[in-house]
Ligand binder design. Sequence first.
Ligand SMILES: O=C(O)c1ccccc1N[C@@H]1O[C@H](COP(=O)(O)O)[C@@H](O)[C@H]1O
Length: 221
Amino acid sequence: MAVQVKICGIKTEEALEAAIEAGADFVGFVFFAKSPRYVDAETAGRLAERARGRIRTVALLVDPSDADLDRVLTTVDPDIIQLHGAETPERVAEIRIQAARPVLKAVKVATAADIVAASAFPAADMFLFDAKPAKTASLPGGNGVPFDWPLLAQTPPDRPYMLSGGLTTDNISEAIRVTGAQAVDTSSGVERAPGEKDPAAIRRFVQAAKAVTERMPIEAA
Ligand SMILES: O=C(O)c1ccccc1N[C@@H]1O[C@H](COP(=O)(O)O)[C@@H](O)[C@H]1O
């Protein structure tokens, strides 16, 4: 089966349509005000309406309050919630109940211990492994930085995951081969400027990711 692909940081119809036409499986909307990919709930709601039935939508939140979450649930009605902050296992469980839809918990990786520690989140339906941001980074994600992929092959996570962090058309093939990831996510890797998606780069990325797994059975035979 082809790897599943998420294109995160969608703010415009042009980028949404590029992701759908390219054959991506998920698009993400970033509700983190300091991000160049931030989109307000009303705009995301319109984009999500356009996406419905064509591609699954993911709402990316960072340490949301109940009110933040409620606003996104009501206005955007996303298929999946991505939590990219410092949410505790208890808070993830509360959000899972309030949202009543699958939760993708971002786990920031520097060492194998970070992958092992992810099992402390029983309420997460799926993990999203991203590089641990540098202390100087202004964003908790979307920094375009990969982590040490062999860590994932050496420390298999206890549930499904998406691989993210600095993925581009140039490295996606190797990233999938090294980790065995069944799902991948990119944001800054398909942009022409921070927060500005490049439709051609989206197409190239999705094509490159899907091509890896489509070739795998032939190579294994
Ligand atoms: O993209 C952002 O601006 C962002 C802001 C706050 C939290 C997470 C964010 N992005 C997520 O980070 C990973 C990796 O992104 P990149 O490919 O390295 O740019 C991805 O899941 C984004 O959705």
